[in-house]
Design a binder for this molecule. Sequence first.
Ligand SMILES: Cc1ncc(COP(=O)(O)O)c(C=O)c1O
Length: 375
Amino acid sequence: MPGSFKVPFQDLPRQTAQLRPELDAAIDRVLRHGQFIHGPECAEFEAAFAAATGSRHAVGLGSGTDALQFICRGLGIGPGDEVITVANSFIASAEAVSHAGAKPVLVDCRLEDYLIDPAAIAAAITPRTKAVMPVHLYGQPANIAAIAPLCAQHGLHLIEDAAQAHGAKLADGRYCGTLGVAAGFSFYPGKNLGAFGDGGAVTTQDDALAAKLRLLRNWGSVVKYQHEIPGYNSRLDTLQAAILHVKLGHLARWNDQRQHVAGWYRENLRDCAGVVLPREMPWCGRHVYHLFVVRFPRHDRDVVAQKLLERGVQTVVHYPIPIHRQKAYAGLGYAAGAFPCAEEAARSILSLPIFPEMTRDQCDFTCEVVRAALA
Ligand SMILES: Cc1ncc(COP(=O)(O)O)c(C=O)c1O
């Protein structure tokens, strides 16, 4: 409950309260027409989200995990194939690949930016590799200028895990969501663009892939009770689409506010010994700060987090166990120490509160408590 913290990690009730009149009107419209699946709001939101990311198509789906899985399936990636992704992501990046029947091949991140290491990708390519799935982790674009040429050289699909990167851009102005063959977005409630439940979308420029995704999400069917391929039930429902369309209208402003908060943190903690602040890399045109992740190389991160909690500051670790050390993927056979940067990050990172409605006072208080915890 955000109310029980002096500085909550995020404050969705506050955001919802601010939008209440707009949301009520959008929800009321759906309740009145009653088309809860594939209602008109779905196509309206898809068109708006495609336009907002500069994409030809956006296909609404049940979750970000399904978005990434369906991209793999839609591209024909399956048993016997390998997809390279990064060890320090949320488990869904790997699950999307294994649910499609392929093998997730994990590589290390760089400690400098927590993003997938292009040199590690190059070293992991085998004749079975079909795709590379960089993650725009924490809201910063991956190093696409280094990754795209590798994909082109080896004939690999570039699939973006853009679950944390709504509105993020490269320095050349291109949006995350348009940098490869397709991108998977998540609308999990806490994301920069979040629904009131689960939801996701794929953006792509590829007409055939978009058509395949529309089949996959709807039991392989376009015409009711005629099924072209075996598919799934994974649609973005009408209420979520209506809610997301309202919230999309605020996304650019919210991302600006997240950048302001990040700026306050930087200003305040610049000279604080013992804390490593996140870096905006030269290729990044717009970091949307889904998370503000700092690192404490010389302190016990869990002790710092506990001290923050005692003073009412809520923090989270994204993520405490890298994918290759998860029981679920023990079968991949990676040993402890396989990915030193991902493992060091898991030991020492901490996500400080960041959300568009966060006040300067909340940020300053958090910084004061961080300083005290490190003293
Ligand atoms: C990097 C990353 N990939 C994939 C996902 C999966 O998205 P979802 O929770 O909508 O299935 C998430 C978020 O949960 C994520 O953070």
